[in-house]
Structure formats: structure tokens, C-alpha cells
Design a protein around this ligand. Sequence first.
Ligand code: CMC
Length: 434
Amino acid sequence: MPDTLTLIDNRTGQEYTVPITDGTIAAIDLRQIKTSPDDFGLMTYDPAFMNTANCRSSITFIDGDRGILRYRGYPIEELAAKKSFLEVAWLILKGELPSAEELQAWTNDVTMHTMVHENIKKFIDGFQHDAHPMGIFLSTVGALSTFYPDAKHVLDAANRRLQIRRLVAKVPTIAAYAYRHHRGLPYVLPDNDLTYPGNFLNLLFKMTEAKYTVNPVLERALDVLFILHADHEQNCSTTTMRGIGSALSDPYSCVAGAAAALYGPLHGGANEAVLRMLAEIGTTANIPGFIERVKQGEGRLMGFGHRIYKSYDPRARILKEMAHQVFAVTGRNPMLDIALELEKIALEDEYFVSRKLYPNVDFYSGLIYQSLKFPVAMFPVLFAIPRTVGWLAQWEEMLLDKDQKIARPRQIYTGVMERHLPEFEKAAAGKPKA
Ligand code: CMC
């Protein structure tokens, strides 16, 4: 059977055959379908890209119906069980897991780039004391482009490698400084003896002690959280990253834009919204009333539902398990009972079942973050740190993809076609109409 699609335009009776490649037709192949020679040609209308592939990618595979997530072919469950975030970051960026030597060099490179220019601290100091840490984070990452003007050479492979190292290394420092500013605490220096998540905990929580002692359970929990959030194919922030990057903007500006997309409550801001929702519910007795209000359309059950997953989000399953390990160290988060009961009721309710609404990654991550003593405003920042790796891998893939050009969707114009200021009406009357 030929891999083609035959279309008949009932306006003209004309038949067209277009190739099918990888389960898609190229939208540009529809342009030949016209009613007259001066017709622009047929386009597709797809708000929110519900059924449009924007790129070819070999980074992350998701099967939303079967609840599968793989980075470069490896199941997320295996990576979360056995690998460190820096190994997974290398895998996502390079396509293969690092050898022992590559991992050592990569760890060393990242560790050596964790410090930020002193002026970055002054820049952060300029924010209001109660500024949202995500606002500080995305502005500061954007500001880095002024510290590294060489980053504009995005078509130079060695330059890209350097900026990627810098970004992966510096985002935890900026995130921690955003938190310290938010709390009115002095900034501390990175500790090169510690792991990537261990150093992040040090940057956040070190007080007057000479050396910060990292709790290994919490360090591993953070590492796993980072692995789970590292990439998620063509989501809103990644699409933003690719879109900005397609104009050949520098990677700091691109990451700032992607972080701005992640800030939204329907995306990375959802974990913050989950905690606020659980606090609002207050006790398990209030759950039925809350569910009823959601079903009436008065708000959403935050941390539930996903554009792609129409079964349990595999990341949520890993986090639900991990929550118990973390709570063994930090003490049980009292909101866990509300979350578990809410999940139980929602998974049995016809409204949620028929719409295939299951817990997503944000449903349990917020509870863990809270037990690790993060204020809710830090939750989207904690998402942005590991996602920087995914954004950068997708950005580089886009730059190297011969099919890609500057992103520029079409529109269906619905406004007034032509009108004139009174002074020009007479002159326009004589001209042919568009
Ligand atoms: N609570 C109640 N109803 C919901 C929810 C929810 N969380 N999510 C979707 N629905 C309903 C929605 O009202 C609609 O019902 P109807 O067909 O009767 O109008 C139906 O389910 C389909 O919803 P949709 O808005 O068309 O679905 P979408 O694919 O556009 O939205 C979503 C996906 C994630 C934005 C949405 O499920 C949502 O708002 N969830 C809550 C926010 C959240 O947890 N976001 C985190 C996403 S995972 C992390 C990330 O990738 O950023």
C-alpha cells in the first residue's frame, strides 16, 4: 500500500496526492490546493498545536495512553532508580550515557562553573524583598547574556558547549540566591566537594556552620526530582525555547523565555497551585464538597490532567513512592493524607474517569518540596533547574536540524479588511481593493 494520502477538493473537484512520512503529512503540501491561481492555498488551523508535529526529535519519547516516558530510549523508572542527575543530563544532551571518564570530566566542568559574577548578586539585590523567586530566576538567567556576550555565536559548536556547561552549572546557584534574597539571607559560595544536588542544598540552607552537612536521603530525593523533570518533549516552555532559539537568540535569553513559560500556573506553576489547593481544602472532610465544585466548573483539581498523559503520569508514580522515603526523614507531611484521599476519590469519580484525568508530576512533587522546607514560591524554580538541561538539548537539536527555520506560524485574519482615515478616503476610493 502506498504511503500517500489522496484528497479531493469538493470546491473544484480536483484530486491531490500527498506523501505520508512518519505518520504525518507536511502542511506545506496542502498549499498546492487552490480554488484559483491567486488563491493563497490551503492551510491547517491548529490552535495550541493539538495535532501538529513541530519538529523531529530523538531526545524524549512519551506514550501518553500507556504512561511511558523515556529519555533517549531509557525508561524513566530505570534512570530514576540507578542514575544521577548529571549522568542523565549528559544522556539528554549527548544522546548516550557518559563513560566513567566522560562523567568525571562533565562533573568537574559543571562544578567549576557554579560561581556567578559578583554583579549578579547586586542585580538580585535590586529586587523587592518579597519578589517571587521565579521572577528573580528568569530575569537573572536572562541577564547572564550581558555577562557572556560571546554566547550569541550560537552556530559555533564549541561555544554552545561552553554556554551549556555554564547554564547547567549556574542555574542552581541563581535559584538558591533567589531563595536567599526572598528570605533575606546572605548568599553563600558553592562547595566543590559536594554533588550537584548536595551543593544546591548547601547554597540554599547553609547557615553559620563551617561546612554544610548534606542528608543523603534528601540529596538523593532532590537528584531523582531533577531526573524526573529534566525533559518532557514539546511542552509549552520547550516550544518557547525552540521558538526563541529559532531567531538565533543567545541561550540565556532563550532559557529566560522558556522559564517565563514555565512560570504559568498551567505548566510549572502547577505544583505551587497544588499546595495552595491542599491548604484550602484543609481536611479530608472537605474533599467531597471541593470535588463537587470542580465538577461544576468552579476551578480545577490542580496536579490532575495532562495534554499528553491519558493514564497515570509515570513521574507521579515514582514521586508517590519517594514521598514516603522523604517523610521518614523529615516527618510525615500532614497534607499527604488529603492528597491520597483526593486522588482516591477522583480516580473513582465518573467526571475524572471519563475525561482520563490522572495525577501528573506536580501532584506529589509539591508535598516533597514542602517537606524539604522549600517555600511554595520556590517550586517552579525547582522545576526550572533540571528542565534547563532539556531546554538546552532541544535548542541544540533545533539549531542542527536542517528542516528548521525561524518559527513563524500563519494566521486566519478575522479583522476589518480595509478602511481609511477620513483624510485618505478619497485617494483610496480610486485604488483596487485587496
Ligand atoms: N480539573 C478538572 N477538570 C479538568 C482538569 C482538572 N485538573 N483538567 C482538565 N479538566 C477537564 C476540562 O474542564 C475539560 O472538560 P470538558 O471537556 O467538560 O470541558 C476536559 O477535562 C479537557 O480539558 P482541557 O483543558 O481541554 O485539557 P488540556 O489538555 O487542554 O489541559 C492541562 C491540560 C494540564 C492544562 C489541564 O489538565 C489542567 O489545567 N490541569 C491542572 C493544572 C496542572 O496540573 N498542570 C500541570 C501539568 S503537568 C506539568 C507540566 O507539564 O507542566
